[in-house]
Design a protein around this ligand. Sequence first.
Ligand SMILES: *Cc1c(COP(=O)(O)O)cnc(C)c1O
Length: 227
Amino acid sequence: MVSIAGRFAAVRAQLRDAENAAGRLPGSVQLLAVSKTKPAADLAAVYRLGQRHFGENYLQEALKKQQQLAAFDISWHFIGPIQSNKTRPIAENFAWVHSVDRLKIAERLSEQRPDHLPPLNICLQVNISDEATKSGISLAELPDLVRQVEQLPRLRLRGVMAIPEPAADFEAQRIPYRRLYQAATALHRPQLDTFSFGMSGDLLAAVTEGATLVRIGTALFGARPSQ
Ligand SMILES: *Cc1c(COP(=O)(O)O)cnc(C)c1O
């Protein structure tokens, strides 16, 4: 059995190797530890090894872990689908949201972000593989949604997030990330500094195509129970 410490060291090494292979600066890609379905004790173990950014998909589960880990200095990222009646607890309890895919959700998050907290960091989720079943806007919708979301006072628009459909090989994995990177940089918004690209299975392709943050679950915490 591989320990969490062993997996954390392996993921960190994989990320450094990917940065190196892609000609990216060491440390230029942030690791987001995706801890959905995992107990608070697993998050605490990774935290003690130095990890500070954690991503969660399910609101009730995330709020419970936030309570259990209240003494820890964690930056919480919400990365799951958002129902419009659940925006308030997200606006109140997270530092980042990666899965904004419509204006209504962004407006509610901005209205509901408490004044004592800094603006909520936002990535727009783009459905780069045009899969009917996945959430996210199309590439064609990106410019308008960027213009609208950047007006919202309590949000800080930071970039784009994508979950491409699984592809077998490295070259195929690169294509959707390259398209989205090019579309986002073509908007000429220096404040869009975050490319939330890459998961356990396509980390190298994502880093090669400009990821600044990879969202890693399985490689760090082990397989999840099928849901
Ligand atoms: C679960 C999840 C991940 C992590 O996926 P792994 O393949 O387990 O690394 C990343 N991003 C999102 C949005 C997820 O839901």
